[in-house]
Design a protein around this ligand. Structure first.
Ligand SMILES: NC(=O)c1ccc[n+]([C@@H]2O[C@H](COP(=O)([O-])OP(=O)(O)OC[C@H]3O[C@@H](n4cnc5c(N)ncnc54)[C@H](OP(=O)(O)O)[C@@H]3O)[C@@H](O)[C@H]2O)c1
Length: 267
């Protein structure tokens, strides 16, 4: 039984979103603020973070920018210290930041430095965020809700994407372990596996490329940042209070299986 205002289910909560300077993270920050949370937006680019904070303020929400590099432990530690000093609590965290490992090449052609860089930000970065977020949530004693951003590439292989795929599979693993380790403390940990979403990269890829991508999605379209923000908001709110340790695919059906065979022989 929840007592939260259904229109502002995160009222009174403090939320952190990493990778909030653009794309999916920025949309999630806006959604959490719209649900009543005080939101900390983190990424490396302070100027872009400030633009997103201003947009949230003009929509009537409460937000603050804090620069951080999730690939650097001291930086993540300092981010969570700043949140503790300013708010004395953390209720919600969305570990969305990712970078690197997105230029496809067969595995043997991947430079080991590229692989390390993808794992350092996409996987070790999520580990570091979880570590220091959970520490602050435990100190508050009120439980919490954490969402890690995985990918359909964290649930099935994608040719040419070894560093990205390996790091996202790891995110699913960390999500399940953290959920088990902290369920008794009331901290829920889940992940989202987005399919192709219209952010800067796909927007810049050209119409023909976008049509090819959409054609490979059973629902026949590319997802929007709002599709992912809606799932994140649900996982961060009491509406999902019995959900932990799971990876929610928001992918237009991509992970459901292969498209139907069309030859007569397979009917
Ligand atoms: N878009 C898709 O189609 C899609 C599909 C599946 C999964 N995903 C996942 O969804 C998440 C967001 O995707 P997106 O497309 O919105 O990504 P994006 O447009 O590339 O944005 C990535 C965000 O992460 C931040 N970031 C990168 N490296 C960082 C670091 N070392 N420390 C702190 N912040 C860092 C970036 O900000 P700064 O550069 O300012 O640091 C930016 O805010 C990622 O985890 C991605 O893997 C996306």
């Amino acid at each position: 039984m929840t007592t939260a205002d259904p229109l502002r289910p995160l009222s009174g909560k403090v939320a952190l979103v990493t990778g909030a300077s653009r794309g999916i993270g920025a949309e999630i920050a806006m959604a959490l603020a719209g649900a009543g949370a005080q939101v900390v937006l983190a990424a490396r680019d302070g100027a872009r973070l400030s633009e997103k904070v201003a947009a949230i303020a003009s929509a009537g929400g409460s937000a603050v920018a804090m620069t951080a590099d999730v690939g650097n432990e001291d930086s993540v530690k300092a981010l969570l210290s700043r949140i503790r000093d300013r708010f004395s609590r953390l209720d919600v965290a969305v570990n969305n930041a990712a970078g690197g490992g997105r230029i496809p090449a067969p595995l043997a052609e991947w430079a080991s430095e590229e692989f390390d860089s993808a794992v350092s930000v996409n996987l070790r970065g999520v580990f570091l965020c979880l570590k220091y977020e959970i520490e602050l949530m435990l100190a508050g004693g009120n439980g919490g809700a954490i969402v890690n951003m995985s990918s359909t590439a964290g649930e099935q292989g994608v040719a040419g994407m070894s560093g990205y795929v390996a790091s996202k599979f790891g995110v699913g693993g960390l999500t399940r372990v953290a959920a088990l380790d902290y369920a008794s403390e009331g901290i829920r940990v889940n992940a989202i596996a987005p399919g192709p979403i219209l952010t800067e990269r796909l927007a810049g890829a050209g119409q023909a490329a976008r049509e090819r991508v959409a054609a490979a999605v059973p629902l026949g379209r590319i997802g929007t940042t709002a599709d992912i923000a809606a799932a994140a908001l649900w996982l961060c709110s009491e509406q999902s209070s019995f959900v932990t340790g799971t990876v929610v695919a928001v992918d237009g059906g991509r992970l459901a299986g292969t498209p139907a065979f069309t030859t007569q022989a397979n009917r």
